[in-house]
Design a protein. Structure first.
Lengths: 113, 115
């Protein structure tokens, strides 16, 4: 069966520090991968998605970047965190078919102080 | 363009009563529609989806949803609410046209089941 791992679960970082959140998927190949941010426990904002290794689409220009160095690995990064980067970050995957549902990781609660 | 609206920020229902969480959508073609549930500080979990065929879709935990093309709606329902159903519910849509890789989520509806 397929599983998705996202870590860390919580993170407190000072303003100006770098960020690296990692997401890995097991039990499937060539998944579509997604990073979302959820602010104030409500709406989901799509940040990045990837349909293959090295292929990253950015939805919202901001202080973050994403990379996909391996088929089932998706990394969210920042060189210098801002206070506004605080939030709940969710990684998700789905197969490439248009009618397939997404499977989400457990999320990372990031607090920038 | 595709969009989805969840008009209620919060729905309160007594335990044992039927519940409805509303969702309307807008797509240029025909939709794929999804419902997800989120418990506090957790990721979203898939509940059910509408692809084609029967307008009434049954999913996990006794939930079902009815696709209504004329009203562009996909309301989530359950005949008898449980306290454990209290969570945040998200409706999502993907337009069938254009090989679109992205899904649009609604803003979420908080369901509170009162004992």
């Amino acid at each position: 069966s397929q599983t998705i791992h996202q870590w860390p679960a919580t993170l407190v970082q000072p303003v100006g520090s770098p960020l690296s959140l990692e997401c890995t998927v097991e039990g499937t190949s060539n998944p579509n991968l997604y990073w979302y941010r959820q602010a104030a426990g409500r709406g989901l904002q799509l940040l990045f998605y990837s349909v293959g290794i090295g292929q990253i689409s950015s939805e919202v220009p901001q202080n973050l970047s994403a990379s996909r160095p391996q088929d089932r690995q998706f990394i969210l990064s920042s060189k210098k965190l801002l206070l506004s980067d605080s939030g709940f970050y969710l990684c998700a995957w789905r197969t490439g078919g248009p009618n397939t549902e997404a499977f989400f990781g457990q999320g990372t609660r990031l607090t920038v102080v | 363009a595709q969009s989805v609206a969840q008009p209620e920020d919060q729905v309160n229902v007594a335990e044992g009563n039927p519940l409805t969480v509303k969702c309307t959508y807008s797509v240029s073609g025909n939709p794929y529609l999804f419902w997800y549930v989120q418990y506090p500080n957790r990721g979203l979990q898939f509940l059910l989806k509408y692809i084609t065929g029967d307008n009434l879709v049954k999913g996990s935990y006794g939930f079902e949803a009815e696709f209504n093309k004329s009203q562009t709606s996909f309301h989530l329902k359950k005949p008898s609410a449980l306290v454990s159903d209290s969570a945040l519910y998200f409706c999502a849509v993907r337009d069938r046209a254009g090989g679109y890789q992205k899904v649009t989520f609604g803003t979420g509806t908080k369901l509170q089941v009162i004992p």
